[in-house]
Design a protein around this ligand. Structure first.
Ligand code: HEC
Length: 153
């Protein structure tokens, strides 16, 4: 992010000096400054375009950068694991699950579960109407790291 801010500052400086140079040149020698200005403007626009692209890519990547953030996206996704509703319909913003990350025994929906992942699977199947996930799958790990993060916020 700092890198992007620096780039913006650099570009702003470049833009200002371009405007200044262009103005001075304009008074001194119209023809040559016009040519120079055109090249400068091309360069300025090129680097601006590049910056916009770089920014779009970084923010798209940063959006779901950590496992927790990807887990949160699964949590809010109504079609996660082939389900019909999202976890957040019943646990809005993860509320009520703050203690779940530290638990090793669960008893939900009339059964006993020995891990957070097993408990999540019960909700996936019985509540979301989706398919149980491999407890070691990446998606399950991301989902459980989001739930564990709820206890620390
Ligand atoms: C239809 C509503 C519903 C949906 C959708 C749902 N849950 Fe649940 N969930 C419950 C209920 C009810 C309980 C049991 C509440 C309790 O015992 O405190 C529960 C319990 C849990 C627990 C155990 C909490 C504890 O401390 O014992 C976890 C973890 C959990 N849900 C995660 C999820 C995840 C992850 C999803 C999405 C894949 C999800 N739930 C979707 C209703 C739902």
């Amino acid at each position: 992010m700092l890198f992007v801010c620096n780039l913006i500052c650099l570009l702003a400086e470049q833009g200002i000096s371009f405007l200044k140079n262009h103005d001075i040149g304009h008074k001194a020698n119209y023809k040559s400054s016009f040519k120079g200005g055109k090249v400068m403007r091309k360069r300025f626009l090129l680097s601006l375009g590049f910056l916009v692209l770089a920014f779009a890519f970084t923010s798209a990547y940063a959006k779901h950068h950590t496992a927790e953030e990807r887990g949160k996206a699964h949590f809010n996704n109504p079609t996660f694991a082939g389900g019909k509703k999202s976890c957040s319909t019943c646990h809005p913003d993860g509320r009520g699950l703050e203690g779940a990350g530290a638990k090793t025994k669960f008893s939900i929906m009339g059964g006993e579960q020995g891990s957070l992942e097993e408990a999540i699977n019960i909700c996936i199947v019985q509540a979301n109407k989706g398919t149980a996930q491999d407890v070691n799958s990446i998606e399950m790990q991301e989902l459980s790291s989001y739930i564990r993060s709820l206890g620390t916020r």
